[in-house]
Structure formats: C-alpha cells, structure tokens
Ligand binder design. Structure first.
Ligand SMILES: Cc1cc2nc3c(=O)[nH]c(=O)nc-3n(C[C@H](O)[C@H](O)[C@H](O)COP(=O)(O)O)c2cc1C
Length: 145
C-alpha cells in the first residue's frame, strides 16, 4: 500500500485582544479532539500575542481544519510560512502539542519574536519557508519526540 502523503501547513497569526490562559486551553482541548479525528498532528506556540501553528496530516484534513481556523475571530493576520507535502511528520506523537509562553525558553521566545518581526517587515518573503523555519521547527520536534 502506498503510504498517505503527509501535508504540512505552518502559519503565524496574531491574537485579537487578550486571550486568557483558560481560553487558550479550551482552543487546545478542542484542537486535540478535532485534529485526532482528522488524522492531523502538530504544534501550537503562543508568545506575546503571536501564534505559530503546524498542522500535519492528510491534505484534505489539513485544508478543512485550516479553513475553520482561519475564520476564527480570536486571531488575525494569518501568514502561511509553509504549505506542501513532506516526507514525514515532524510532530507525529500528539494531535496538537501546545507550548504556552511560560514553557518556552527565552531563546525560543526570541526566535518566535524574530520570525514574526521578519514576516511583518517583509510579508510574503519566501525565504522564511526555507532553512530558518526548518531549523526552528526541528528544535521543537526534538523537544516533543
Ligand atoms: C490559534 C488558533 C489555533 C486553532 N487550532 C485549531 C486546531 O488545530 N484544530 C481545531 O479543531 N480548532 C482549532 N482552533 C479553533 C477553531 O478556530 C474553531 O474555533 C474550532 O475548531 C470550532 O469551530 P466551529 O465553531 O466551526 O465548530 C484554533 C483557534 C485558534 C485561534
């Protein structure tokens, strides 16, 4: 049997208003259930109003989840950093690993802030989907393995 092609979508967005920890937890719990049902795994980071989310799984599952997520009014300015087939999942172990700001190291927070600043300064910059992003994600992939 041919293994299903895995699609990865990575985006950045900014929170609208102040999102409290319990609301973020609710988003995450909901995401875990819905994503597991769709065969989607991934990562969600949040720091200083910036979200980075990775969705990995069958293309149709990723696309329909992202359609729902992009309409969510709790965030805006969604910028896709990567979208396409990958050899394997970087976050295979859980439907959605959520790492909140208090569990990010200062280096990780800085990296997220820098990524967001780069995207804001140069929207659509394709280089962001290159080695810089891969290295950034690889560090989290190891951490959640
Ligand atoms: C930053 C962010 C990430 C989200 N990630 C997911 C996710 O991975 N999976 C999911 O089902 N919902 C996610 N949600 C919630 C969805 O946007 C949506 O509220 C939820 O799926 C319920 O959709 P419905 O009201 O159309 O049923 C996320 C929301 C935000 C703000």
């Amino acid at each position: 049997m041919t293994p299903d092609v895995i699609h990865r979508l990575v985006y950045l967005s900014t929170a609208v208003g102040v999102l409290r920890a319990d609301e973020l937890d609710r988003i995450w719990l909901r995401a875990r259930a819905a994503n597991a049902a769709a065969g989607v795994t991934g990562l969600m980071l949040f720091h200083q109003g910036v979200f980075l989310q990775v969705l990995e799984g069958p293309a149709a599952g990723v696309a329909s989840l992202f359609e729902r997520i992009r309409r969510d009014r709790r965030h805006a300015n969604l910028t896709i950093l990567e979208s396409g087939p990958v050899e394997e999942r970087a976050f295979a172990n859980t439907p959605m690993t959520y790492i909140s700001a208090r569990n990010l190291s200062s280096g990780e927070k800085q990296a997220l802030t820098d990524l967001h600043a780069a995207v804001t300064a140069r929207p659509g910059l394709p280089a962001l989907a290159g080695p810089g992003l891969s290295r950034f994600l690889a560090a989290f992939s190891l951490r959640t393995a």
